[in-house]
Ligand binder design. Structure first.
Ligand SMILES: [Zn+2]
Length: 204
């Protein structure tokens, strides 16, 4: 039986690097894979960008109202016509930006189509609240794996602090892609509470 895997972590925990490595491992053994990511992530457009410098274009982008199963089937057929090989695995980057329904589709792809799905994403937003895609994946994935990274203090980072012009902020929209003004720092719980003055999820 094919399974749905969710590999999650804080920002900068190497999720895109791990995804690209997993794709490489499949292909090295002669298997075909499809790579996808939600359209809401504007960082790098159609590219999966690893912090180690590896860049690779996705096979398809998932729009907010797309049925992932239909889009996957379409691209699976296109790829098979081109290469003569069926898809062995679907890899999804930035899976936190999927809707809850789209995360359900990933489970259907694994269970009904029999294709393993590896989804990578950030667990929680800058207010320590789960992203919709991540919440659903934590509920339904067969396998959960935490990708770890380190806080500036050396403890394991579990939260994502948002900074604007170098200052931590704890109010704002859930999605603000990092760029010129907005950046993120992976923090452990202790450092997060120090910066927020004890606030979690907008509350003391
Ligand atoms: Zn810390």
């Amino acid at each position: 039986m094919a399974k749905l895997y969710f590999r999650y972590g804080a920002m900068n925990s190497g999720k895109s690097t791990a995804l690209l490595q997993a794709a490489f491992n499949y292909e090295e053994r002669g298997h075909s894979v499809l790579l996808a990511k939600p359209a809401v992530d504007t960082k790098g457009d159609r590219d999966i960008v690893s912090r180690l410098g590896v860049v690779r274009e996705v096979d398809f982008v998932i729009a907010p109202d797309d049925g992932v199963r239909e889009v996957f089937e379409r691209h699976r057929a296109l790829a098979a016509a081109e290469s003569g090989r069926d898809t062995s695995c679907l890899l999804v980057d930035e899976a936190q930006f999927l809707t809850s329904e789209q995360a359900d589709d990933l489970l259907r792809i694994a269970l009904i189509e029999g294709i393993p799905v590896l989804a990578y994403g950030i667990r929680t937003d800058f207010q320590t609240v789960a992203f919709p895609g991540s919440r659903r994946l934590l509920e339904i994935a067969h396998s959960l794996e935490e990708l770890k990274t380190i806080c500036r203090c050396g403890r394991k980072a579990i939260f994502n602090g948002r900074t604007i012009d170098g200052r931590f902020v704890f109010d704002g929209d859930q999605v603000a892609i990092d760029g010129e003004a907005v950046t993120y720092e992976s923090l452990c719980g202790v450092c997060y509470l120090e910066e927020s003055g004890g606030v979690l999820n907008g509350r003391h």
